[in-house]
Design a protein around this ligand. Structure first.
Ligand code: UDX
Length: 428
């Protein structure tokens, strides 16, 4: 028998969580504060690119298990579980900004059913469960931490096939009630205290970012010693203790989580008395990586970018998403624009340059048009379609046959056979 659930916030996490929980048979009401968003979602219009999400939203609405309302206080009336899926953006000092979470808790407190469970799904700093309890102003409801581990682009798959469900609570019975929501799903369920649950989330993202910064640093070493990072990573990954996932070198990591969460964890540690030098260095290596890619492009452009045209394939922070937040591609492009380059970009998920973050970038809808006359082509996002494009055709239209493949995505030998200069990350 499904439970009655309220989801506060209908972004990447809230919409995916609500749709998947309705798919599991629960009755879900999602609340947002933007009227147009509530109306379009109620019509089944999904504003984000997430494989499988459209179908789950349409099914949920059709079965009467998923609905959308304006205002959190209208969603929690008869809910037994209330998921807070609200932004926790990086504040000016690097710490996570909890203002959205606190405002929602204040709004819903008076409307909650006795014995209901408020669940922190958003990534919140250690100790936030207590903050939420205070704002709710109730002693007859529970607050539980249940962090999400959803990757953009695969959020539905990640939700329905979790490696683990982490639940942090001071009340064992409340934790078990939340665990029951996921009973049909695979993976381990770990019940712990709130601080540990909140720390697992930050530690997991920070470790994944560490793996990537490590492999990007190893790629720099490979370039100096003449090794091929692809084989080095393959050799490393065959060790079961290391594994081969999240060991793909690239332009650096970005997105709406790693940058925010890595800075937040440094702040959480330092506010608690530990100087997290290792994680600071992971962040520093990531910043360096953006510069290394920009330098590769500059080198291929003859040492200066003034008046040069750089074609860029890939604007989003990774493939299979339309998200530009903290995209390494944009970080690198801005460095090129600052020294006088013109940027001609193509990205399958970015139709035009109407987004303010694309100011100064000419966005094309055809990858070959973006390349025409360019001095260098840089591949910055690992869209699979880029592998299928014809470099014979690129050779006909590009100004100079030079490619910086910041995702080691392309057929290096085939491109070199066509007379291109090629540089990758940790392989040349
Ligand atoms: C991440 C975590 O994976 C997820 O568990 C958490 O809930 C949210 O943050 P996401 O930010 O959506 O998910 O993307 P992810 O796939 O982790 O990639 C993050 C960044 O690392 C991207 O810029 C990606 O291109 C980069 N990356 C990832 C690499 O450079 N190399 C890799 O091997 C993997």
């Amino acid at each position: 028998m499904g439970s009655k659930i309220a989801i506060i916030g209908t972004g990447y996490v809230g919409l995916t969580t609500g749709a998947c929980l309705s798919h599991l048979g629960h009755t879900v009401v999602c609340a947002d504060v933007v009227p147009e968003k509530v109306e379009s979602l109620s019509r089944g219009e999904v504003p984000i690119l997430e494989a499988g999400l459209d179908d789950l939203v349409h099914d949920g609405i059709a079965k009467g298990l998923l609905s959308f309302v304006l205002g959190a206080e209208h969603a929690v009336g008869d809910a037994e579980f209330i998921f807070l899926c609200l932004p926790t953006p990086q504040g000016a000092d690097g710490a996570a900004d909890l203002s959205f979470i606190k405002a929602a808790a204040t709004d819903i407190g008076p409307h909650l059913q006795p014995n209901s469970v408020v669940i922190n799904k958003s990534t919140v700093p250690v100790g936030s469960a207590g903050e939420v309890e205070k704002k709710l102003g109730r002693d007859d409801v529970f607050v539980v931490s249940n962090p999400e581990f959803l990757r953009e682009g695969t959020a539905v798959t990640d939700f329905l096939n979790p490696d683990r469900v982490v639940i942090g609570s001071t009340d064992e019975a409340a934790a078990k009630r939340v665990a029951q929501l996921y009973v049909e799903l695979p993976g381990e369920t770990l019940i712990t205290d709130p601080a540990s649950a909140e720390t697992i989330k930050y530690a997991s993202n920070a470790f994944l970012a560490t793996k990537i910064s490590f492999v990007n640093a190893m790629a720099a070493v490979c370039e100096e010693v003449g090794a091929d990072v692809s084989d080095v990573v393959k050799g490393m990954g065959l060790d079961q203790r290391i594994g081969n996932r999240f060991l793909i070198p690239g332009p650096g990591w970005g997105g709406s989580c790693f940058p925010k969460d890595s800075h937040a964890l440094v702040r959480i540690a330092e506010n608690s008395g530990y100087q997290f030098g290792l994680l600071r260095q992971v962040i520093a290596v990531n910043e360096e990586q953006f510069g290394r890619v920009a330098n590769k492009i500059t080198r291929f452009a003859g040492g200066t970018l003034e008046g040069k045209t750089i074609a860029v394939w890939g604007l989003t922070f990774k493939a299979a998403t339309d998200d530009l937040r903290d995209s390494p591609a944009l970080n690198i492009i801005n460095r090129l624009l600052e020294v006088g380059a013109s940027i001609h970009a193509y990205d399958p998920a970015v139709p035009d340059n109407s987004d303010a973050r694309l100011t100064g970038i000419d966005v094309f809808t055809d990858p070959y048009e973006a390349v025409a006359g360019a001095d260098v082509l840089a591949v910055l996002t690992e869209w699979p379609e880029f592998k299928e494009l014809s470099f014979e055709r690129v050779a006909e239209v590009i100004g100079t046959k030079a490619v910086v493949d910041a995702r080691n995505l392309l057929d290096r030998d085939g491109i070199k056979d066509l007379g291109f200069e090629y540089d990758g990350i940790g392989r040349s």
